[in-house]
Design a binder for this molecule. Sequence first.
Ligand SMILES: Cc1ncc(COP(=O)(O)O)c(C=O)c1O
Length: 391
Amino acid sequence: MNAHASSLETSHTAHDPLAPVFAQYPLPVVRGEGVWLYTADGRRVLDLYGGHAVAALGYGHPAWTKALAEQARTMNFQSNAVPMDVRTRAANKLIAFSKLPVQSVFFVNSGAEANENALKMAFTMNSGRTEVIALEQSFHGRTAGAGALTWGAAKKWYGFPRTPFDVKFIARRDVAALSQITSATAAVVVEPIQGVGGAFDLGAEYLKALRKRCDETGAVLIFDEVQCGFGRCGEPFAANLYGVLPDMITTAKALGNGFPCSALLMMKKAADAVKMDALGTTFGGGPMADAAIEATIDAIESEDLLANVRRVSAYIRKTCIVGPITGHQGAGFLTGLISKVPASQLQKALLNDHNILAGTSGDPNVLRLLPPFTLKEAEVDLLSAALKKLG
Ligand SMILES: Cc1ncc(COP(=O)(O)O)c(C=O)c1O
C-alpha cells in the first residue's frame, strides 16, 4: 500500500463500514480491460499506476483468468502441510525466472510479511546482533519489523511502543555512510529502486559498495524488491539490473498480478540457515496464489513483456520530458517524472482533465508511474500529449 494517495481523496461518510484509513481516488472502478479502467459513471481511464504496482498483466488477462478459474475448480486450498504440484511448479518457475542462484523459496502473503520473514532469517544467521540498517526515504511495510525500517513511520503511524530491534537510517546513495554498517549490524535492508521514496534508483556503484561493506562486516544484505522487482525494472529483479547479489530478496505486488501473494527468495547462505518450523504461514503458497504466480510468469515470458518494459519505458523517458516535466529517475516501469509543479496537482489534472491515472510519492515533485507491463507506445502518447497541455 501507499502512504501517499495524495490530494485526490474524497471524505468518508458516517455510513462507510470501512476503517477510514485510506485516502481514495474519486474513481469508482467497476471493470478493467488491459491498461484501461472503467468507472460506474462511464469514464474510461488509462491506468499508469496499476493498483500500487500490482497489475503486471493489466486487467482481464485471458490466460491468468483461466488459470485461476481452473485452479478454483480443481483445488482452491490446501496448506503447506500437504505437498502440491502447483506449489512446487510456482517455486521452480520463480527460481528460473529470477536468473539468480536462488536456493529456496518461502511463499507468504504480502510485502510486509515477506520482509518480516527475511528479518527473522537475518537474526537467525547473525544471532547476537541486534541492529538493522535501512535507508532514508525507504518504505518496507506496516508491520512491527517492516514498519520499524520505514522512514518517517515512527512520527506518522508506527503505533507500537518500541521497535523489535535497534534501527539506524543512513542517507541513500551515500557511499561514505556505509561505514555505519559494522559488526553489530545484523542486516541491511534496501529497495534497490525506492518506490514510495520517489522511484529513486540507488545505482550499481552504490549497491556494489553496499555488498562489499556487508561482506566485510558479516551483515546480511536484503533487497526489498516488493515494488521494483519481478520484472518491473525491465529485468527479472533489480539484482539482475545492477549485477549485485543480495543474500535474500523479497518480492510481492506484481508477483500474482493481483492475487495476494509474496515470496522470500533465499540465496545459499540464507537457505542453509533455514530450520524445520523456523518459518510458517497458513495461506502462504496456497494453490490459488501458486496458479496466479505461474500464470503471471508464463505470460511475461510468452509475451516477452520484459523487453516491452525496457522498450516502452525508454519511450516514456524520450517523449514525456515535456510541459511541467523536467527529468526522470527510477528504472523500467518504476519511473519517476520530475515535475516543476507539485506532483499532486499534476496527478489531479491528469485524472480530471485527461482520464489518466498516475501516482505520487514521498517526494512532492515526483509523479510516479507504475503501469502494467503490457503498456504500449500509443498509450504513452496520450500521456505526453496531456503533459504538453499542462505545461
Ligand atoms: C518496497 C515495498 N516494500 C514493502 C511494501 C509493503 O507491502 P504490502 O503492502 O504488500 O505489505 C511495499 C508497499 O508499498 C513496498 O513498496
